[in-house]
Design a protein around this ligand. Structure first.
Ligand SMILES: [Ca+2]
Ligand SMILES: [Ca+2]
Ligand SMILES: [Ca+2]
Ligand SMILES: [Ca+2]
Length: 726
C-alpha cells in the first residue's frame, strides 16, 4: 500500500465552522479515509479584544567608570592609577572612587562608591575630561543583547508574529521566544533539516546547506525529473482531480519555505518577520510535491538528513541534529517509519513531527511512532486548535494559529479565522514568482516552533541528547490554559506536557562541564590535582564550582579547594576513587562531569636466589611477585640467557643451561595500571665436577645426578625488594 503524505498546513482563508471538521483536510488520498473520533469539546465563538504588548526597560545605575589618562598631561595620574591609588582622580571628580583594575589598552576601571544614573555618570565623565589630565572617561554601561526586539516589520505589527511572544493579555499561546533570544540566536554549527516541499531562495533566508530532492515520482516532483541535488521548490499546484478522484485544484503552497521561515528567517534585516533561530543553518530535503509524498521518499530523506548514506545520493556532509516533519497520514506508525526513526535517533539526531490536522483524538503517523517529538497546535488564546490532532503520543503543544476548539479567538477585522502563523512564502500560485510573507495555520506550523526552540537549546549545549531535549521541553512547558480543550477530563494525557515555552526551555539548559583528566592512575600518597572546565550557556556566567568525592569511595578523602576548578586530594590507600565537578550558572542551572582516579600500587618482586646448576641441566624456576591491591599480574623478561624463557605466569624455563658461567636475568611484573621496577638474578652454570656440592635440597629425586632436572621455588622466605622510584 502506498501512503501519500501531505503537508499539514492550510492557507489562512475564510472558512465556516461547519465546513471545518467535515473537510478535515484529507491528507491521505490513497489510504482509507480516516474516521477519527472528534476530540472532546465544542468551540464557542467569542470575540476578544486584543491589546498590543509593550515592553519597557529602565537603565540600571552606573557603578563604574572607564578612565584613560592623557598620554602627556596625565602622567602622574596614570602612575597613581597603576598603583591603585585613586586620590588624584577623586579630587578631580569630587566623588569617592576606587581603582578596580587596569584594562588592557592603558585605561583603568574605577568603581563609583555611590552608583549614579547614566546622565550623572556622563556629566562626571565630561567633567574629568575637562581637567586636561584625562583623555577619555565614560560610564561602564551594562550592555544588553540588541536582538530582543527585532526590527522586522512582520514581527512587530500586531498581531505580527504573536506566536513568538511572551504570553500576556489576549495572547496566551505565544512561545515565549524573545527572552530566549537574549541567550542565543542560534549557532551556525547547528544544522536543522526540513523534510518538506523544498525551499524557495528568499531574501529573508540565508543560503541553504546543500540539500537533496528525494522525490522519485516525476508526477509528484513537478521538476521534470526524479531524484536530484536541487531541493528547491518548483511548486506543488495541482489541477482538480489530479490527486485522486474528486480532489480539488490546489495552488502551490510553498509549505517548506513557510516552515523554514519559522525556524530560521533572518532577524533584524527590516524584512518580513524573523525565525526562532535565525543563525542556525537549514538543510532542505525535498520529499513532498504535487499531491504529497511517499513514505519511501520520506524515510530516505530523514535518514540522509541525519547523515546516513542513501544509495544514489551523495553523502550528506552536513548532518542535521533536528529534523522537522510537518507531514503525516492517518494510521498507526508503519514499520518502515519506525525503523527510519530508530536509525536517525541512533545517529544522535531527533525527529519532530506534527500530529496532523484531523481535529481528532488520534495522532497521525509518523507522529505516533516511538521516540519522536510529536507536536499538536494551539491558538493565540492557548486553546488547542480545532484542526489539531491530539493523542497519547503527543509530546507538547506549540502555536499553530487558527481557531480554538472551545474558546475561539477569531480576531474581528483580521480574518474570519484566528491569527495565523506569519512566515515566508511566494506570490506564485503555480510556478514561483516573487518572495512574499505568508500566513498559514496548522500543526505544520506548530512543529517548526519546537524545532526552532530545540535548535536554540542545541546552540547553547550541543551535547544535549534527544531524551534530554524532550525532558527539558516537557518540564519547561506552560500549563494548558484553564478551561481550554486540553484541560477537559476527556482529553487528559492527550495534549502533551503543555504549551511550548522557549524561554523556560533555554533557561533550563545546563552549563557544559568537562574535566581535563577524566581518568588517571596514581601511586598512593601522591597529590592528585584535577583540571576542570565549565562553560555557561551563552549570556550566562558560572558562579559556583563544587567538587565532591563519591560516598562509595574505598576510604573517605579530603578535597583541597573543592570550590575551585582545580581541587586536589591525596588518596589514603589504593582503590578507585570517583569525583564529580558541578558548575552552577547565574540562573541556578547546574551541569556536572565525573572523574575517576585509580590509586594503584604496582607489583612487588620477591628476590630470587638461584643455586648453581650443572652444564646442560634443565632449569625451572617459579618467580614470585605480589600486588598489594590483589590485581592480576603478568611477568616479563627484558634480559634472558639464550634458550631461556619467562612465561606470563612467571615460570622461568631453560631446557639446557649453557655455557658455563654467570647468566643475568632481568624481569618485572605488571598489573593493569603499571609495572614494577625491574629485578635481576643470576644463574651460575658450572661444569658437572664443581657443581656437585651445590645440588639443592629441592632437586627432584634423580640419585643426585647433576644431569637431573633442577626444580626450584625462588625466594619465598626472603624480604621484599625495596620499591624503586624513578
Ligand atoms: Ca527532481
Ligand atoms: Ca529538484
Ligand atoms: Ca527578517
Ligand atoms: Ca596494583
Amino acid at each position: 500500500m502506498g501512503f501519500i503524505f501531505a503537508p499539514l498546513a492550510r492557507p489562512a482563508v475564510a472558512r465556516t465552522a461547519a465546513a471545518l471538521l467535515a473537510a478535515s483536510y484529507t491528507i491521505c488520498v490513497l489510504a482509507e479515509p480516516a474516521t477519527p473520533r472528534p476530540k472532546a469539546g465544542l468551540r464557542a465563538a467569542q470575540a476578544a479584544q486584543v491589546a498590543q504588548q509593550t515592553a519597557s526597560s529602565t537603565h540600571p545605575l552606573v557603578e563604574r567608570l572607564i578612565v584613560t589618562p592623557h598620554p602627556t598631561r596625565g602622567g602622574k595620574l596614570n602612575w597613581q592609577l597603576q598603583q591603585k591609588n585613586a586620590s588624584r582622580l577623586q579630587a578631580l571628580a569630587s566623588v569617592p572612587l576606587s581603582v578596580e583594575r587596569k584594562l588592557t589598552d592603558g585605561s583603568h576601571l574605577l568603581r563609583l562608591e555611590q552608583p549614579m544614573t547614566v546622565e550623572q555618570a556622563r556629566a562626571l565623565a565630561a567633567q574629568l575630561q575637562q581637567s586636561g589630565e584625562v583623555r577619555s572617561a565614560e560610564p561602564d554601561l551594562l550592555m544588553q543583547p540588541q536582538m530582543v526586539a527585532p526590527n522586522d516589520p512582520g514581527y512587530a505589527s500586531w498581531p505580527g508574529q504573536w506566536h513568538y511572544l511572551a504570553p500576556g493579555g489576549v495572547n496566551r499561546g505565544g512561545a515565549d521566544v524573545p527572552a530566549a533570544w537574549a541567550l542565543t540566536l542560534g549557532s551556525g554549527n547547528v544544522n536543522v533539516a526540513v523534510v518538506d516541499t523544498g525551499y524557495r531562495p528568499h531574501v529573508d533566508l540565508q543560503s541553504m546547506l546543500p540539500g537533496y530532492d528525494f522525490i522519485s515520482s516525476t508526477t509528484v516532483s513537478n521538476d521534470g525529473n526524479n531524484r536530484d541535488a536541487d531541493a528547491s521548490d518548483p511548486g506543488d499546484y495541482s489541477a482538480a482531480g489530479a490527486c485522486g478522484t474528486g480532489s480539488a485544484a490546489r495552488q502551490s503552497s510553498w509549505h517548506g519555505t513557510h516552515v523554514i521561515g519559522t525556524i530560521a528567517a533572518l532577524m533584524n534585516n527590516g524584512l518580513y518577520g524573523t525565525g526562532i533561530a535565525p543563525q542556525v543553518r537549514i538543510l532542505p530535503v525535498r520529499a513532498l510535491g504535487r499531491c504529497g509524498g511517499y513514505t519511501s521518499d520520506i524515510i530516505d530523506s530523514i535518514r540522509w538528513a541525519a547523515g546516513i548514506d542513501v544509495a544514489g545520493a551523495p553523502r550528506n556532509l552536513n548532518p542535521a541534529r533536528v529534523i522537522n516533519l510537518s507531514l503525516g497520514s492517518a494510521g498507526s506508525c508503519s514499520a518502515a517509519f519506525q525503523s527510519a526513526v530508530n536509525d536517525v535517533n541512533a545517529k544522535g539526531a531527533m525527529v519532530v513531527v506534527a500530529t496532523g490536522n484531523g481535529g481528532a483524538s488520534a495522532v497521525n503517523q509518523p507522529a505516533n511512532c516511538n521516540d519522536v517529538i510529536a507536536v499538536t497546535a494551539h491558538t493565540i488564546d492557548g486553546d488547542n486548535a480545532d484542526y489539531a490532532n491530539i493523542g497519547g503520543e503527543t509530546t507538547i503543544s506549540a502555536p499553530g494559529g487558527g481557531c480554538g476548539t472551545l474558546a475561539m479567538t477569531c480576531v474581528p477585522g483580521y480574518t474570519a479565522d484566528g491569527p495565523s502563523v506569519y512566515s515566508l512564502g511566494n506570490t506564485g500560485t503555480a510556478a514561483p514568482l516573487a518572495d512574499s510573507g505568508a500566513l498559514k495555520y496548522g500543526t505544520s506550523m506548530a512543529a517548526p516552533h519546537v524545532v526552532g526552540t530545540i535548535a536554540l537549546m542545541l546552540s547553547v549545549n550541543p551535547a544535549l541528547t534527544r531524551a534530554e531535549v524532550t525532558s527539558l521541553l516537557r518540564s519547561a512547558a506552560r500549563p494548558f490554559v484553564a478551561g481550554s480543550t486540553c484541560t477537559l477530563t476527556e482529553n487528559n494525557g492527550l495534549c502533551g506536557a503543555g504549551l511550548l515555552d522557549a524561554q523556560a526551555a533555554l533557561a533550563a539548559v545546563a552549563p557544559v562541564v568537562q574535566v581535563g583528566v577524566s581518568s588517571q592512575v596514581v601511586a598512593p600518597a601522591v597529590m592528585v590535582a584535577f583540571s576542570g572546565s565549565a562553560q555557561a550557556p551563552s549570556g550566562r556566567n558560572i558562579v559556583r564550582y563544587q567538587w565532591r568525592a563519591a560516598v562509595s569511595n574505598p576510604l573517605p578523602v579530603t578535597l583541597l579547594n573543592p570550590d575551585s576548578l582545580n581541587a586536589s586530594f591525596v588518596a589514603p590507600a589504593t582503590g578507585t576513587y570517583a569525583f564529580t565537578l558541578t558548575a552552577t550558572d547565574d540562573r541556578g542551572m547546574s551541569g556536572s562531569a565525573n572523574a575517576t582516579v585509580r590509586v594503584n600500587s604496582v607489583p612487588l618482586l620477591q628476590p630470587v636466589a638461584a643455586p648453581p646448576v650443572a652444564f646442560g641441566a634443565k632449569v625451572k624456576l617459579q618467580l614470585q611477585a605480589t600486588d598489594p591491591d590483589g590485581d592480576a599480574m603478568v611477568f616479563h623478561a627484558s634480559i634472558l640467557p639464550a634458550g631461556a624463557t619467562l612465561s606470563a605466569s612467571g615460570q622461568f624455563s631453560w631446557n639446557s643451561a649453557a655455557p658455563v658461567g654467570s647468566h643475568r636475568i632481568v624481569w618485572h611484573a605488571s598489573d593493569a595500571y603499571g609495572s614494577s621496577l625491574p629485578g635481576e638474578f643470576f644463574v651460575q652454570v658450572a661444569d658437572s665436577g664443581s657443581a656437585t656440592a651445590a645440588a639443592p635440597a629441592g632437586s627432584s629425586g634423580g640419585g643426585g645426578s647433576m644431569a637431573g632436572d633442577l626444580m626450584l621455588v625462588a625466594g619465598s622466605v626472603l624480604a621484599l625488594v625495596r620499591r624503586w622510584r624513578r
